[in-house]
Structures are given as C-alpha cells and as structure tokens.
Design a protein around this ligand. Structure first.
Ligand code: NAD
Length: 734
C-alpha cells in the first residue's frame, strides 16, 4: 500500500494496477488537498515501480468506489479563493496537471473505467487516460459544466478536449455550453471510447484495452500529431476565427460573463503552443476566473443555494412523505395543460378538468404535441410517450375527480371563479386532498376562504412554459398548515422541480419583483430614452428577455388590472398608493394607441399576422422619445437590477421571504434575474464595495430617478453592521 489516502492502489498477479478513487472522508471524490497529495504519491510509486522493473506494471485502470466516478473541484475551497490566495491555487492546479501528465506519459496503457458521473475534474482525469469506458448507469453524466459556474476546466480539460476534438468541436460541444452527456451520447460525440452495461463488463473492457495496447500513448503524444480541424495559424482556420467572438456574443448577449471569454482564449492560445505551455495558459485563465466575483456568485447560487433549496431546508421537519398518486388539474388552459404534462411525466395520474370536454381534450392535446416532439427527437420512446398520455384523463365532469389526493387549480385569475371551482370539487376528491392554487397574484389567504379545509390550502405558483421552467413558488397562506407545506414541497420535488417557499402577499415574491424590472424599463421609455437602448440595456445586464418585449408578452392590460386591485387593497388598509412613472406610459399605450401587447397584435413591438415579433413600434419614438436625451448606460442597467434587488430586501423586511437562498434561486430560475449575479441578494453581496457600496449607489439612483431607489432600513442596517445577506444554514459564503 502507498501512503495515499484518497486513491487506493490495487494490484493483481497480471500486472494491472487499479487505482480506486475513494476519499474516506467524503461521499464523493473531489480535487481537495488529500487528493492532490495522493495523486503525487501514486505518480511517484508508478514511476518507481516501472523504473525498477518495467514489466511489473502492464497497465493502469482508474475507477472509483463511490457512486460517482469523481465529482470535480472542491467548490468549498474554490469559493474562498481571493486574489491573495490565487497563487496557491495556481500551484495546486499545476501540481495535479503535472502528476496526471506523468501517469499519461508513463509508456503504459491508462484506462478510465467511469462507473458513474464524471463531470468537471472527474472528466478531466478521464481525459488524461488513453481509453475511456463509461458505465451506462442511471443518472450518469459526462462533460465539463464549469462554464455554468463561471469557471473553466482547469485540470487540463481545455487543453485535452481541443487536442481530442479540435478547437471548434471542443468549444461548441464541451466547453462553452457545459453540456452534460449521457454515456451513450458521450460515445456518439467522441468523448468516450466504449460504453458498458455492467461494472464487470466495464472492467473487462478496460483490461481488454490494456491487453491489446501494451504501448499505448495519447494521440497528441504520437509523432506527426495535428489538432483535428487545424489551428489559427493555418490560413483555412484563420478565416473562420472571427466567427468565434460572434458566437461568444450570442451566448452571453454582451452580459458580464467572463468564463466563455477565458475559455475561448485558453483554447485558441493553447492550440498554438506545446502541451505543457498550453497547460500553464489554461491554469492562468482558470485562476483569473476563480479569483473573480462572478464565479463566486455562480458557485454560491447554482451549487450551494440550489442544494439548500432542493434538499428541503424549508420543509417542515418530521412529516412523513406521501407521494401523490392522482392529481386533479382544474382548468386546461395554458398553465393547466403544462401542469398536467409535468405531473404525468413524473408518473402521476392526472384528471384534467375544464368547462367542456372539448377544452379539456385540447389541454391534453398540448401533452400529445410535446410527446410527439420528444419521440421525433429521440428524447423518449413511443412506448413511454404512450404511457405518459394514458395517465392524463380529460374531463368536464367533476365526479371524475374522485380518488384524487391533490388538486391544482389553474382557471382564470378571478377569485370568485376560483372559490366556485374549489367548492364544486372539495367533497369529491379524497377527504384530505392537498388543495393548491396556481394563482400568480391573488392572496392565498383570501382564496383559502372558499374551502372548508383552509389548513390544506396552499399556493403552487408555476411558471410558463411549465414543462421547461424549473421553479415552483410555494405560497403559505395565513392558515396553511405544516402538513400541507410539506406535502406541497414533496409534490414539487416529485415532479423534479425546484420549490421555493414564501409567505402570502399580493404578487408573492416573483410576480411582485419582476413587476419592478418591467416598470423601470417602461418608465425609461416615458422619460424619453430611446426604446432600443432600453432593450439593449436589459440584454447587456444579462436578462434573458428584453424588457419591453416581456411587457408585450404579459400584455399591457395585466399591470393595469394588478394596479387597480393593489391600489384598492392599499387604500382599504388605510395606505396611500405610490404611483409609478411607468403607469402613464402603459395607460397611453392602451388608451391612446390601442396597443395591448402581443396577444392584441400590437404593443411596444409590431407583430405579424402569425404573431411573430417585428420591429419596435416607430410610434414610440414619435410619441415618447426626446431626441438626444440620454442617461448613463450603467444607470439604465442598474435601475433595472436595483429596482428588483431593493424590493427583495423589502420582502425580507415584510417577512414574505424568509430565506436568502430562496430569493437567489427564485430570482434566477423564476424571473430571469441575471445568472452572473448569483441571484438578487447575492447581487447586493457581490456589488463593488459590498453592502455599503450598494447603499451608496442606491442613494445616488434615488437622487437621480426617484425615492423608489432609497435603500430600505434593513439594507442600511446590515451595511452599517458590516453584514451580508446570508442564511444561517448556508454552507458557504461567497
Ligand atoms: P387560460 O386562460 O389559458 O386558462 C384558463 C382555463 O380555465 C381555460 O381553459 C378555461 O376554460 C378554464 N376554466 C374556466 N372556468 C373553469 C371552470 N369552472 N372549471 C374548469 N376550468 C375552467 O389561463 P392560464 O394562463 O392557464 O392561467 C391560469 C391561472 O394560472 C391563472 O390564475 C393565472 O394567473 C395563473 N398563472 C398564469 C401564468 C401565465 O404565465 N399565464 C403563470 C403563472 C400562473
């Protein structure tokens, strides 16, 4: 045995050394310090043994004793890297690369027997092997997802994928999108050499490779090797080079995502130099990303916060899970149809009810279309699609809801109608059925008054299109019980979506906060700023949808309706309605110009007869724009970002939001808050100058654009105390 602690050396009489990745202190193997030391010890021993007796080692197999092959970099370590400790990170990374390279060039065949997921660092270890055999285990994924955490594969992943696939394929198939492949798709794309169905078969294939290739080497270490597809120094390739920045721009929309840019640079620069220099170039670009704020934001959100949210930090403890077997979906319109599909896809029986058999059948038709598309694209089999569709029963008869243990209501946004449909079915479904409403704005406590069992009533706010959107906002009404909350949480997880939990309020968290983003964009049009610049500001801030086009999608009559109801509620409670400058713009668009948005065929944009979006309406310039009126572009972007962040702090003050992780994840997955920020509260944490910097900037915006930007008391207090927005249970702090 060697002294290494995370890699076990196993050798049989045949001269094959199996290196079993098995960190005794963690459930998954990561590139932590123990691994680094172990890898050095292993490389030393392999070299020593081969030197002493070249026949003693015939080949090497990397495999793992864990469920996953190898999890990748240790994100707990990475999130703490500062510019001061970056040098240490650089040296640690280079040491791993050196040791993998020593094994790769030992002159013996090296095989990765990938028994489970090999993502990031795990796939990089596999790439350093001459042959890769992947076990087709359920959930097993292969690839380099670093870009989705604001990083690049810094363990040789850029250098080797470029040499394996060529620059263009490495960038497009592996590095820039961070695609995670199933073992079979990894095989189709040339990332692995063989796939096995059992562990025994995988190990047998690894040995067979060793037997057949006693003097194996990587393609790039053989004489005459050239990078597939050429390199930028060759004229044919150079002609295509300008396409890369254009691709990059398409991917980031000009938003501040540094990782794709560094990946491109590491790939192109690294392709023009020798392997060892390319490794150093890759390491430098990696460390630059790891020491920056964006990677910290993204690791915090997409790893730690997402884990906290999905693992049930918000689910009441001690309540036995009870999977839903049969769900009633009331209303087979856009949302009901999507909810029915998502539930049936998760194996739940669905009774889809609408006012007539025809409209219910039309709702099921949506699933039929999605299934046909999935089959034609090879994403599912006809058999599975048929089984999914067989689980959905469309009906207009309330009696068909007998036996349902959960109800999700998605009829028109009208409280009286919602009361009525629940009253109609509450004694037909199971006596303890969970009762959910998919309202996007109405207070849950008021809707609950329409049913007898108010403690079983809860808000389950899905996003459109339901089959694609990963988030569900759970809204606890004043009388919702813990049991209902736990069951709602479990139902959302059962259909593989991410649940955030908020307390009741008009518009809850997501609908209320996205309203600020839209209002700010619309208000700028009203001030006379060029509408095209407003759209550009939203895109370059990293929002997935431009702000005026989003307003058109939602229809301009919606904010008027919400405004009317909210104003009434505020005034009934004795308050004063604070008008937003966007309101006059919306009113003029609707009342003076009859432009109500895309569904009405005309809004801020023009629309074709087929509903396709055309140009911005030229009338905007005529009626609103003050030629030459400009404000700093940064102000335009930050007015949108700040308006959402500031209201999120108010929601924390009001107790509607109770968790920072929920706010961050909900903002990114639900309402398109830019991912580079790490979410709406992490944006404040990571702002230049921290919370005090954010407060100062909010005050400046308030002075320039209105009191709505004044920092709320909670924010000022935290800034004064030197605190940040964090949950007690958060595993890491970026
Ligand atoms: P929709 O108009 O597409 O569908 C509503 C459906 O309810 C229609 O098919 C209608 O026939 C049916 N319906 C009406 N009365 C009924 C009754 N008595 N029994 C059964 N069905 C009845 O509306 P939608 O966009 O699917 O929205 C539904 C709900 O979801 C609303 O509360 C809305 O606020 C909410 N919501 C919508 C979105 C969105 O993006 N559209 C997002 C989240 C939540």
């Amino acid at each position: 045995m060697t002294e290494s602690t995370t890699i076990r050396w196993e050798q049989d009489g045949t001269g094959v050394v199996t290196l079993v990745l098995d960190d005794p202190d963690q459930s998954a193997n990561t590139m932590n310090q123990a691994f680094r030391q172990s890898l050095t010890a292993i490389a030393d021993r392999l070299e020593a043994e081969v030197r002493a007796d070249p026949e003693s080692v015939r080949g090497i197999v990397f495999t793992s004793a864990k469920k996953t092959f190898f999890a990748g970099g240790d994100l707990r370590d990475l999130i703490r890297v500062t510019p001061d400790t970056a040098q240490q990170l650089l040296e640690g990374g280079l040491a791993i690369k050196r040791d993998l390279r020593r094994i790769e060039t030992l002159g013996k065949p090296v095989v990765a027997a990938m028994n489970g997921a090999a993502l990031g660092g795990g796939f990089e270890i596999a790439l350093a092997c001459h042959h890769r055999v992947a076990l087709d285990a359920p959930g097993s994924r292969i690839g380099c997802p670093e870009v989705t955490l604001g990083l690049l594969p810094g363990g040789g992943g850029v250098v080797r994928t470029v040499r394996l696939l060529g620059i263009a394929d490495a960038l497009l198939k592996v590095l820039l999108q961070g695609t995670q492949y199933t073992p079979r798709r990894a095989l189709d794309n040339g990332l692995v050499h063989e796939v096995a169905d059992t562990r025994e078969e995988m190990l047998a294939k690894a040995r067979a490779f060793i037997d057949a290739n006693p003097e194996s080497a990587q393609p790039w270490d053989r004489p005459g090797y050239r990078i597939p597809g050429g390199t930028p120094s060759q004229p044919k390739f150079a002609a295509n080079l300008p396409a890369f920045p254009a691709n990059l721009r398409k991917q980031t929309n000009g938003a501040p995502y540094p990782a794709p840019r560094n990946i491109l640079a590491a790939a192109v620069e690294g392709s023009q130099v020798d392997f060892e220099t390319a490794q150093v170039i890759e390491a430098r670009y990696f460390v630059e990303l790891a020491a920056g704020q964006t990677a910290k934001n993204m690791i915090q959100a997409f790893f730690f916060d997402l884990q906290a949210v999905n693992s049930g930090a918000n689910r009441p403890r001690g309540i036995e899970p009870r999977p839903v077997r049969k769900v009633a979906v009331l209303g087979a319109g856009m949302m009901g149809a999507g909810i029915a599909y998502s539930c049936a896809r998760a194996g739940i029986d669905v009774v889809l009810k609408d006012v007539s058999a025809e409209s219910a059948a039309k709702g099921k038709g949506y699933s039929e279309k999605l299934c046909a598309k999935a089959v034609s694209r090879g994403r599912t089999t006809q058999e599975k699609a048929d089984a999914l569709l067989a689980r959905i029963t469309p009906t207009a008869d309330p009696n068909d809801l007998a036996g349902c243990d959960a109800v999700i209501e998605a009829v028109f946004e009208d409280p009286a109608l919602k009361h009525k449909v629940f009253q109609e079915i509450q004694h037909i479904v199971e006596p303890d059925a969970l009762l959910c409403s998919n309202t996007s704005t109405l207070p849950i406590t008021v809707l609950a008054e329409g049913v007898e069992r108010q403690d079983d009533f809860i808000g389950l706010h899905f996003f459109s299109p339901v089959d694609k959107m990963p988030l569900v906002e759970i809204i606890k009404g004043a009388r919702t019980g813990d049991e209902a909350l736990a069951r709602a949480f479990d139902l959302v997880r059962q259909i593989s979506k991410t649940p955030i939990v908020v307390n009741d309020s008009r518009g809850f968290f997501t609908s209320r906060v996205i309203g600020h983003f839209i209002n700010e964009g619309v208000a700028m049009v009203g001030e006379g700023i060029e509408p095209a610049s407003v759209e550009q500001a939203a895109a370059q801030a990293g929002y997935p949808a431009k702000v005026l086009s989003l307003m058109d999608e939602l229809t301009l009559t919606l904010p008027r309706k919400i405004r009317k109801e909210s104003k009434q509620a505020v005034e009934e409670a004795g308050g004063t309605w604070q008008a937003h400058p966007a309101e006059t713009v919306v009113d003029r668009m609707v009342d003076d110009f009859g432009r109500t948005g895309r569904s009405g065929g005309a809004g801020f944009y023009e629309y074709g007869d087929d509903g396709r979006r055309g140009q911005l309406w030229p009338g905007l310039r005529e009626h609103f724009t003050r030629p030459g009126h400009r404000i700093p572009f940064e102000d335009m972007q930050e007015r949108m970002l700040f308006s959402e962040a500031l209201d999120t702090v108010r929601l924390l003050e009001e107790g509607v939001l109770t968790s920072v992780a929920d706010a961050n994840i909900g903002s990114i997955l639900g309402i398109g808050f830019p991912g580079w920020t790490g979410g709406v509260l992490q944006y404040i944490n990571g702002y230049e100058g921290g919370l005090p910097g954010f407060v100062a900037r909010a005050r400046q915006l308030a002075e320039r654009y209105g009191e709505r930007f004044a920092p709320p008391a909670l924010l000022v207090e935290k800034a004064d105390k030197g605190e940040r927005f964090t949950d007690a249970r958060r595993p890491a702090d970026a």
